[in-house]
Design a binder for this molecule. Structure first.
Ligand SMILES: NC(=O)c1ccc[n+]([C@@H]2O[C@H](COP(=O)([O-])OP(=O)(O)OC[C@H]3O[C@@H](n4cnc5c(N)ncnc54)[C@H](O)[C@@H]3O)[C@@H](O)[C@H]2O)c1
Length: 325
C-alpha cells in the first residue's frame, strides 16, 4: 500500500502577534503546520505551546531566501502569508523596508508556491490601503486612489500581485484588510505605547500623538482568527477579499482614558496636536464588515473590552517590553 504523506499548511510570520494566535488555532484543529519566521519582531516565546506539538515544525529563516523557500514549500497544501513589516508609523525612516519585507517577500512566497504547484493563499492586508478615502464605514469596493503610507502602498501592491497570480496561474486567494488588531500577544500599537509610557516612564503624564480625536476601529485577535477560519471555509471565489473590523470605533483620547483607568492612574494627557498622529496616519478608520457578516461571522468582543484585555495581557507579560526573543 502506498503511504500518502499528509501535506502541511505553511504559516509565514508564525512567531508574530497574529501569526502565533492563528498557529495555535490551526494546531488545535489537528493540522500539520510548518511555521516560518525570521524573529525580527516575532517572539520565540509565542511558540512555546506549538513547539511541544508533534504536528508543528518551526523554521527560522528570512523570506528573502527564495531558493530555501522553494524547498520548504515542497509538501505544502495551503499558505497563510502573514510575515511582513507591520510597522506603518516609522515607514518613512527606512523606505526600502516595506518594499523588501512586504512586496519582495510576498513575491517570493508566490514564486515558491508556483514552483511547487501550491495554489491557495491567505494574505493579511490592511485598512491603510484605502488611503485618504472619505466613505465610512468603508466598503471593500471603495476607491483605493490616494495612498498615504509606504506600508499601505506595499500591501496594495501585494494584493495586486496575488490577484494576478490567481488570474495567471489559477491560484485562489483570501485577502483580509484588517483594522488595528488588539488582544493576547499584542506587541505593537497605541495600547503598547501608552502602557509603556505609563508603567515604565511617567505615571503622571501621557504623551498622545495628534489631537486625540482620531477615530479608530479595533478588532480583537480572537475575532480576527475566527473570521479568517470561517471565510476560508465558506467563500470560494477565485479572489476573496474581506474587510475585518469591529462595529463602531472610539477616539484615541477615550482609549487613553480606558487604559489609564485600567491601570488605576490619572495622568495628564499631553497632545502633540494636529488631526493625525504621524504622516500617513488616518484621522478616521472604520471599515464596513457587511460582506463577511453575510457568511455568519460577527465580532464577539467589543472595542472597549479588547483594549482592557490587551492591558491585562501586557500586565501579565511585561517581558515583551524587553523584546527578548
Ligand atoms: N496587527 C495589526 O494591527 C495588523 C493590522 C493590519 C494588518 N496586519 C498584518 O497582519 C500581519 C501580521 O501582523 P502582526 O501584527 O502579527 O505583526 P508582527 O510583526 O507581530 O508579525 C510579523 C511576523 O513576521 C516576521 N517577519 C517579518 N519579516 C520577515 C521575513 N522577511 N522573513 C520571515 N519572517 C519575517 C516577524 O518576525 C514577525 O514574527 C502582517 O502582514 C500585518 O501587516 C496587522
Amino acid at each position: 500500500m502506498i503511504k500518502i504523506k499528509k501535506k502541511s499548511i505553511i504559516i509565514t510570520g508564525c512567531a508574530g502577534f497574529v501569526g502565533s494566535n492563528l498557529l495555535d488555532e490551526l494546531l488545535k484543529k489537528g493540522n500539520k503546520i510548518i511555521g516560518i519566521d525570521n524573529l525580527s519582531t516575532g517572539q520565540i516565546r509565542f511558540l512555546t505551546k506549538a513547539l511541544k506539538n508533534k504536528n508543528f515544525k518551526f523554521i527560522k529563516m528570512d523570506l528573502l531566501n527564495l531558493s530555501k523557500l522553494k524547498k520548504i514549500f515542497k509538501n505544502a497544501s495551503f499558505v497563510y502569508h502573514l510575515a511582513a513589516n507591520a510597522d506603518i508609523r516609522f515607514g518613512l525612516n527606512h523606505p526600502k523596508k516595506d518594499l523588501e519585507q512586504n512586496a519582495i517577500c510576498t513575491f517570493n512566497v508566490l514564486e515558491a508556491m508556483r514552483f511547487n504547484s501550491v495554489k491557495k493563499i491567505v494574505f493579511t492586508s490592511t485598512a491603510p490601503i484605502y488611503g485618504d478615502n472619505k466613505t465610512f464605514p468603508t466598503p471593500e469596493n471603495a476607491s483605493l486612489s490616494n495612498q498615504t503610507s509606504l506600508y499601505g502602498a506595499s500591501k496594495l501592491y501585494c494584493e495586486g500581485l496575488i490577484q494576478s497570480y490567481c488570474e495567471g496561474y489559477n491560484f485562489q486567494s483570501w485577502i483580509y484588510r484588517f483594522v488595528s488588531i488588539l488582544g493576547n500577544r499584542y506587541t505593537h500599537g497605541h495600547v503598547y505605547d501608552f502602557y509603556k509610557q505609563l508603567i515604565f516612564n511617567n505615571k503622571k503624564k501621557l504623551y498622545i500623538l495628534g489631537d486625540g480625536k482620531q477615530k479608530k476601529s479595533y478588532l480583537n485577535v480572537k475575532d480576527c482568527i475566527s473570521a479568517i477560519l470561517i471565510s476560508t471555509k465558506k467563500s470560494k471565489e477565485k479572489v476573496n477579499t474581506f474587510n475585518l473590523g469591529c462595529d463602531g470605533y472610539i477616539n484615541v483620547k477615550k482609549s487613553a482614558e480606558i487604559i489609564s483607568k485600567k491601570l488605576n492612574l490619572n495622568p495628564k494627557f499631553l497632545f502633540s496636536g494636529g488631526k493625525t498622529g504621524w504622516i500617513g496616519d488616518q484621522p478616521f478608520v472604520y471599515l464596513s464588515t457587511n460582506k463577511i457578516k453575510k457568511l455568519g461571522w460577527k465580532n464577539k468582543i467589543s472595542i472597549e473590552n479588547s483594549v482592557k484585555n490587551t492591558v491585562d495581557w501586557l500586565n501579565n507579560n511585561k517581558w515583551v517590553f524587553k523584546k527578548s526573543k
